[in-house]
Each structure stands twice: as structure tokens, then as C-alpha cells.
Design a protein around this ligand. Structure first.
Ligand code: FE2
Length: 465
């Protein structure tokens, strides 16, 4: 955490000139960026919500302030310019304002990237942000945009490469140096470069023990390498450092719950759910908490765990987002809440609505929805109807495209587990062979996998005469 914010002169000294002449705007822009990067609310500036208001009031014409505000809405994964006319107006106004104003070439590229992203050209926007980082390696705002984008398009190699390219221009005493190490470690872990992930996260933590992205990357490293006990221990022994990150601690607890689920310690999983994840869900209504909660409950049910009436509250909290139709990764999780709460009619209506929304449209969100998101959703609905054969026939052909709907390996594993469980339960003999081969595949990627062993036992129990 930091309390030093850069004024106009300091931004310029660092080669990142801002077009505003308001030192207050420059400083609060820095405070917003800092809170966004490290996912916390700084009380000295009234937290993120107040900071954004202060930023707008300090200089309403400040282009990078507008880029920040619009970008945060676009990366909320709930808003697009198609479902939010106010956001569309803001993007259009930003582009027009930038065109008429005396802004720096770097700021203009930021505006261009936002405009591309808003228009559904996510890869093109990311290329623009990559260009900014190549020219201005210390532009943390551009790096954060790449970080957000690579999560949405499921390409961790981009953030890995971008941070690797920028880091030679950073020194350990620079603010958020350890954040860069954290997201780089995530990029390494997600692309199976495990020793580099471990080394990089540890280097970041050596500079700042509280850097939550380094802690988070270690969760992914431990998950991707099947180090369940080590993952639990690493989180337990460092709780004082990451629990204070109130916007993200729920997700680290979700990772911890997954480690316990692997070990079949379902009481512990439910304890974490009841004491932390459900509480965060009810307090924050954040999309991250909604995804964590739905994914965890759905996985528990696939394990055969009775979860009582927990779906009821989750469904009520997810209900306002059922018709969001922006980021299909979210839609798949909102659908889980409908099916979990035994609302099959709502689920089917949601899938139809999703199909109508995405049909015959261009842009990343629509295309990934049509090609991959809809088959996933239809498979989940079929499985809820007990038609596991259809579920397999729907999701199996798109399994290698699922990465394109976004998220991390750990988050998308719910779809791998769904396919295996559906194949085990399918009435088609060929799906039982498929289940066996998928389980072998899974075991080959992680040596110590009790959950995978349980899947094999279930397959044998259900299909051995
Ligand atoms: Fe994660």
C-alpha cells in the first residue's frame, strides 16, 4: 500500500506526461490506478468509489481520467456499449473529446485502445496496449489493461510476454514492481513454466510480502502442479498478508477450498464457503464472488456432496446478472446458479436469450458465445435434465475452444470436470471409453490427484459388471 501520489511534474519526469494541468487530478488518477492494480480501497482517498468521483471533479476534461473510468466499466465484464447506452455515450464522448484536445500521443493510443475494446475488437485493443508498453514500459495503466484483457480472452502468454518485455525498465524501488512480478508469475504458471513462476512470485514477495497477485500466482502454481497440501499451508501461514486485501481475499479462499476438495475434505470446503465466500458474496455482490460461489457449489455437487439450500441465496444474488450477456464466462456461471437452484425454466429461457443476443453479430464476445459458450450452456441444461449423452455430445467438440471464453486454468477446470462426469453418467458406451481416456489425460498432467482417482473409481463402479 502507498500514500505517495504522483503530481503532474512527477508523471512528466517519469516520461509519462499527462495532459491535465491539475495536480489534484494527476494525484488522484495515480491513487485510482494504485487501488485498481492492488485491488484494495485506500481510506486516505476515500476508497475506489470516492476516488473516481474526486478524479472526475478535479478535471472533468482529463483524458486519462476518462480512459480509467470507461476502462473500469468495460473490464467489469458486466457492461458493454451494447447493453449500456450510458457507457456507449461515454466512449463516444471520449473519442470526440480526445480528437479535439491537445493530448499526448501516448494518451491518444490509450483512447484508441479503449475504443477498439468497446467495439468488441479485444485482440486489436490488446495489440494497441502492447504497443504502448513497448514504447513506455513503465506505463502501469497500459500493463493493467493488458492484464485485464488477457484474462477475458484466455491468453496468459500475452501478459507473461508483455511484463517480461517491460521489466528491464523497472527497478525494485518502483511502486507496484511486485505487482508486475505477481502477474508475470501467473503468466508463467498458466503456461506451464512452473520453476519460473515460483521464482518470480518469490522475488515479488521479497519486495512486498503483501502483494496479493504474487500470493494468487502461487495458488495457481500449486493447483496446476497438484501441490494441494503445500497450497493449503502456503495460504494458512501467510493469511495476515493477503486477508487484508478485501477485494480479492475471497478468491484466494476459493483456491484454498479447491485444495481441500481435491483431498475430499468437504467439511472444510463448506466451512470456507459458509464463513467467507458466501459472506463476501452477500456483502459485495461482486462478479468474482458470484463466479467463485457458483463454481464451488457446482463442483461439490459433482463430487456428490449435499449442499443443502445454499443455492437459493446464490441464485437470488446472481439473478440480476442472468440477462447481462456480455462475457460468456460469466453467463456459464450464472446458468449454474439457475440449475443449482432447480430453476430449469429460467435456465432454458436464459440460454434462448443468450442465443438471440449473440446470433449474427460480430465482435469477440458474440463470437465466443456462439461458438463455445452456447454449447457449454446447452450441455449444462441437458445434464440437469438427466440427458448426459447429449451433454457430452455438445461440450466434447468444443473442449479445446473453452480457453477462449476466458478465466484461468483452475476456473475452467469446472468444464473439464463437467465433461468427465457427464461422460461417466452417459448411456452411450463410447462415452464411457471417452471418460476413461479423459481421466487418464488428467492424471498424466498431475501425478498426485485424489479427485481424479475418485473419478476413475466412480467410472469403474458404474460400468463394471
Ligand atoms: Fe485464481
Amino acid at each position: 500500500m502507498t500514500s505517495h501520489w504522483r503530481d503532474c511534474a512527477e508523471w512528466q519526469r517519469q516520461g509519462l506526461k499527462l495532459s491535465t494541468t491539475s495536480n489534484q487530478a494527476a494525484k488522484i488518477y495515480d491513487a485510482v490506478l494504485s487501488q485498481r492494480v492492488s485491488m484494495y480501497d485506500d481510506p486516505s482517498v476515500g476508497g475506489m468509489e470516492q476516488s473516481l468521483k474526486t478524479l472526475q471533479a478535479a478535471d472533468p476534461q482529463f483524458v486519462m481520467g476518462q480512459v480509467m473510468s470507461v476502462g473500469m466499466s468495460l473490464f467489469s465484464t458486466s457492461d458493454t456499449i451494447d447493453n449500456n447506452p450510458e457507457l456507449r455515450d461515454k466512449v463516444n464522448a471520449l473519442v470526440v473529446h480526445a480528437d479535439k484536445s491537445d493530448i499526448t500521443p501516448r494518451e491518444q493510443k490509450h483512447v484508441d485502445a479503449i475504443n477498439l475494446y468497446a467495439d468488441g475488437k479485444l485482440h486489436e485493443a490488446t495489440v494497441k496496449w502492447e504497443e504502448i508498453v513497448a514504447e513506455y514500459p513503465t506505463d502501469l495503466h497500459a500493463i493493467k489493461q493488458v492484464h485485464g484483457s488477457t484474462f477475458v480472452v484466455g491468453r496468459p502468454q500475452i501478459i507473461r510476454n508483455v511484463v517480461n518485455s517491460a521489466l528491464p525498465s523497472w527497478t525494485t524501488d518502483m511502486k507496484h514492481y511486485s505487482f508486475l512480478k505477481g502477474i508475470l508469475a501467473f503468466g508463467f504458471a498458466e503456461t506451464s513454466l512452473f520453476p519460473q513462476a515460483n521464482k518470480t512470485a518469490k522475488e515479488g514477495l521479497a519486495v512486498d510480502q503483501d502483494e496479493v497477485w504474487c500470493r494468487h500466482s502461487l495458488c495457481h502454481l500449486h493447483d496446476n502442479t497438484g501441490q494441494w497440501d503445500y497450497g493449503i499451508d502456503a495460504l494458512q501461514t501467510t493469511e495476515a498478508h493477503w486477508m487484508k486485501c478485501t477485494s480479492f481475499n475471497c478468491h484466494l479462499l476459493w483456491h484454498q477450498a479447491l485444495f481441500y476438495m481435491e483431498k475430499a475434505d468437504y467439511d472444510k470446503v463448506l466451512e470456507i464457503y459458509d464463513n467467507h465466500i458466501e459472506k463476501t458474496l452477500k456483502d459485495s455482490h461482486s462478479m468474482l464472488a458470484k463466479r467463485d460461489a457458483t463454481s464451488l457449489l457446482y463442483r461439490l455437487e459433482m463430487e456428490g456432496v449435499k449442499i443443502g439450500d445454499r443455492w437459493e441465496d446464490v441464485y437470488e444474488i446472481c439473478r440480476p446478472n442472468i440477462d447481462d450477456h456480455c462475457f460468456v464466462f460469466n453467463d456459464t456461471h450464472m446458468l449454474m446458479s439457475c440449475l443449482g437452484a432447480k430453476k430449469p425454466d429460467v435456465a432454458k429461457k436464459m440460454v434462448n436469450s443468450l442465443r438471440n443476443w449473440a446470433r449474427d453479430k460480430s465482435g469477440y464476445y458474440y463470437q465466443t458465445c456462439m461458438k463455445t459458450g452456447l454449447p457449454i450452456c446447452e450441455a449444462f441444461v441437458a445434464a440437469a435434465d438427466g440427458d448426459f449423452a447429449t451433454a457430452v455430445d455438445l461440450i466434447h467438440p468444443v473442449r479445446y475452444d473453452i480457453i477462449n471464453i476466458g478465466g484461468s486454468n483452475a476456473q475452467r477446470d469446472v468444464f473439464n470436470l463437467f465433461l468427465i462426469n457427464a461422460a461417466i453418467n452417459s448411456s452411450k458406451p463410447e462415452h464411457q471409453h471417452l471418460a476413461k481416456s479423459l481421466i487418464h489425460e488428467r492424471r498424466a498432467l498431475k501425478e498426485d490427484t485424489p479427485l481424479t482417482d475418485r473419478l476413475m473409481s466412480r467410472l469403474m463402479a458404474q460400468h463394471t459388471q
